[in-house]
Design a binder for this molecule. Structure first.
Ligand code: AVJ
Length: 320
């Protein structure tokens, strides 16, 4: 088998990611129902997330893009030449061109769990950078990834924009940072986006927009369970909730039952009382110190930090 096929996400005979069913059945059985945020991103969820990034209330994408487009010269100065850029969770690869323009790397390896989306995006990007070798890898970046042979001899720059690390609790985040270090190897660097703590009203608006796109994004998870796992969740009885948890410095998204409900998923029966929630996402926000501490715990030493003009978002360059 090739390196690529070894990285593939496990699926059952119906093509359903087996971990999805396991995560959902487990998560719905907990006293506080909870489903990992990674399962938002089927084709519909990925499109809805792209829509979220365009919303007036959702500042992180614009703030990060501002940093990426204004700090190119400093990136070039700080990031070693001739590296292979490995992007974790590349999605539609909208931010990569800004970095690739700035540092002109030796290769680009977009890595994503959504294969069709990944390949289409990689082709579009390769067309924009005709001399850049592009090697897409379909893989779950939470596990150590075998990188393509073609980049094995190159030093690596991990690229993890979007504050996706904020979706994870500290233990999972440190595990991931260590796994990335193992994937990238000795002497690698990491450029990571981390969203900053700010006025809770600004944060809550970013996750509960007036147009209701984030609500649709959240509710799509329940719809996906119905579609892929033979679920009977009454979607009209679930309401999108986004709230700031100050103790944990994070935005939480929940699906709240607006009445008592009972439903089935994969042949198993579940109930929710009115007001009970399924916790669907954490989006942790960081201070300068908490981001430093997290990176250090994950085996990375911060070397340089950039923020946007309004100090809403940070990008950190760290050394393995
Ligand atoms: C993709 C994890 C960066 O937490 O801001 C956006 C996902 N959820 N709106 C975030 C998300 C609701 C997003 N990340």
């Amino acid at each position: 088998r090739t390196n690529e096929s070894l990285n593939l996400v496990e699926v059952d005979e119906n093509g359903v990611a087996t971990d999805f069913r396991a995560d959902v059945l487990q998560g719905l059985s907990e006293p506080q129902k909870a489903i990992p945020a990674r399962w938002f991103y089927d084709d519909i969820g990925s499109e809805l997330f792209e829509d979220i990034t365009q919303l007036p209330e959702y500042y992180p994408t614009r703030a990060e893009t501002e940093i990426l487009s204004s700090c190119g010269a400093e990136f070039r100065e700080r990031i070693g030449e001739g590296r292979a850029v490995v992007e974790f969770g590349s999605g539609s690869s909208v931010k990569a061109p800004l970095l690739l323009d700035a540092i002109a790397p030796a290769a680009y390896v977009p890595l994503d769990i959504a294969g069709d989306f990944l390949r289409a995006s990689a082709e579009a990007l390769a067309a924009k950078f005709p001399t850049l070798p592009v090697h897409p890898v379909e893989a779950d970046f939470m596990r150590k990834v075998e990188l393509p042979e073609a980049v094995s001899h190159l030093p690596k720059l991990g690229f993890f924009p979007g504050s996706t690390i904020g979706n994870m609790v500290a233990r999972t985040a440190t595990d991931l940072l260590r796994t990335m270090r193992a994937t990238l190897g000795e002497g690698s660097q990491l450029l990571i986006g981390m969203d900053l703590i700010k006025d809770p009203a600004v944060l809550e608006a970013a996750y509960d927009d007036a147009a209701g796109v984030t609500a649709r994004f959240n509710c799509n998870l329940a719809a996906r369970i119905n579609r892929e796992l033979g679920g009977t969740i009454p979607l009209d009885a679930l309401r999108h909730v986004a709230r700031w948890n100050d103790d944990y410095a994070r935005i939480e998204m929940h699906l709240e039952a607006t009445r008592d409900i009972a439903f089935q998923v994969a042949g198993r029966r579940f109930t929710m009382r009115e007001g009970e929630t399924i916790h669907t996402e954490n989006s942790h926000k960081f201070s300068r110190r908490s981001s430093t501490l997290l990176l250090l715990a994950g085996g990375w030493t911060p070397a340089r930090r950039w923020t946007d003009a309004e100090d809403r978002f940070s990008m950190i360059l760290a050394d393995a």
